[in-house]
Design a protein around this ligand. Structure first.
Ligand SMILES: C[S@@+](CC[C@H](N)C(=O)[O-])C[C@H]1O[C@@H](n2cnc3c(N)ncnc32)[C@H](O)[C@@H]1O
Length: 229
């Protein structure tokens, strides 16, 4: 069987040009023969979907694009719509239920990357991977990024960086935590140049306060907010 790098050479996807294929090989090799569901946002000419189709013999694959395509790819389902439209994304979930790999190579607009992640991550299976490509756009204003204000809250990179706190946040200082809805659901966040791999794993140790504890915690937080941070 050809490896991913050899298969990649057959199809002129940007994934080859930017060196992503070599990184993908490291993450996908172990699950290559599994029965998995794969979703990629961004079909373009279909080259990356052909790569996945050839590489994963037992996978169900679907591609999403805002622009309707006049071609088909055997073994791949196409869905046409906007990645930031939850009603549209729900039609995909209604058909596939959940995914093991989700790749966002769509609009690259920070707002879209964040809204797609917020909607789709709950439908990523345990041990699944959520990948976002072309993160250089996080520093480009027309994609909602910023070159100058590196701490701008709603850029794709800052959203993804905040996920790193969800990994081990549960272990210390509980009452003063600002909760993130992905706390206890992130195994790792691996950044490479222009691409990130987020691995899902439900944490067993995560602390979930009940309603009463929450309101007590909030009043303490208010009281001490100037001292503790
Ligand atoms: C970089 S190309 C995808 C390349 C492809 N994944 C590959 O590696 O061969 C990005 C694609 O995202 C699509 N796109 C742009 N905005 C989108 C949106 N809001 N929702 C879904 N797809 C979008 C574009 O039409 C374009 O085909």
């Amino acid at each position: 069987m050809n490896n991913l790098i050899e298969i990649g050479k057959k199809y002129p996807s940007n994934k080859n040009r930017f060196g992503f294929i070599q990184i993908y090989e490291k993450y996908f090799n172990d699950i290559r023969n599994d029965k998995i569901n794969i979703l990629e946002i961004g079909i373009d000419k279909g080259d990356s979907l052909r790569i996945w189709r050839d590489y994963f013999p037992n996978a169900k694959i679907c591609g999403v694009d805002i622009v309707k395509k006049d071609f088909k790819i055997d073994g791949v389902d196409f869905f046409f719509g906007d990645q930031s439209d939850e009603i549209f994304l729900k039609t995909i979930i209604d058909k596939f239920n959940s995914f093991d790999i989700i790749i966002d190579d769509g609009s690259h607009i920070s707002k879209h990357i964040i809204s797609s992640f917020n909607y789709l991550y709950p439908y990523l299976n345990n041990n699944g991977l959520y990948i976002v490509e072309d993160l250089q756009t996080s520093y480009i204003p027309r994609y909602g990024g910023s070159r100058l204000k590196l701490n701008k809250f709603n850029t794709s990179m800052n959203f993804l960086k905040r996920l790193t706190d969800c990994i081990n946040y549960e272990q210390n200082d509980r009452p003063f935590y600002e909760k993130n809805k992905f706390d206890g659901m992130i195994k790792y966040v691996h950044f490479y140049q222009n691409i990130v791999f987020v691995k899902k794993e439900a944490s067993k140790k995560y602390y979930h306060p009940n309603k009463k504890q929450k309101s007590f915690i909030n009043s303490i937080k208010k009281l001490f907010s100037k001292v503790f941070y």
